[in-house]
Ligand binder design. Structure first.
Ligand SMILES: [Zn+2]
Length: 154
């Protein structure tokens, strides 16, 4: 049998590297993600793995919930990063627009969101999320859906 060209065991965030070499590093030990995008991807993986501790620890204190309930059965299907603004190692703010797909109770959903991040003392934090739709690049017919699913914050 021929091997496939694409690596079969990429990271759940969609990156080509295995989990341990991608988002797993951040979830399991201490290096902080250097970019807003890396944080965003690792937080998506934290949702996949139900790692509330990581989500809370990377949530900015000003918007962080007291607790996070991830017990609702949810199957994450994939993440697609659409657009990145700032969020580099030397920036203090950044935004990441993404689409995440997931299934709850056999029904597929699509979450389209713009997450905002801030960097403090060298660490990136998730701050809050805005909605796409103010951008001309796409006709966004699913805004209402994204809003009703706003409880998921990557
Ligand atoms: Zn990853």
């Amino acid at each position: 049998m021929r091997r496939m060209d694409s690596p079969p065991d990429g990271c759940p965030c969609g990156g080509p590297s295995p989990l341990v070499a991608c988002c797993g590093r951040y979830l399991e030990s201490n290096p902080y993600p250097e970019t807003a995008e890396a944080l965003m991807r690792s937080r998506y993986v934290a949702y996949v793995q139900q790692r509330a501790d990581y989500l809370l620890r990377t949530w900015h204190p000003s918007t962080r919930p007291a607790m996070l309930d991830l017990t609702e059965p949810c199957q994450w299907l994939g993440l697609q990063v659409r657009r990145i603004e700032a969020g580099g190692p030397l920036d203090e703010q950044g935004t990441v627009e993404f689409v995440a797909r997931y299934k709850v109770g056999g029904k597929a959903h699509r979450l389209h969101e713009i997450s905002r991040f801030v960097r403090e003392n060298g660490q990136w934090f998730y701050q809050d999320a805005g909605e796409p739709g103010t951008r001309p690049r796409q006709s966004e017919t699913r805004n209402r859906m994204a809003r009703s699913q706003g409880s998921m914050r990557v």
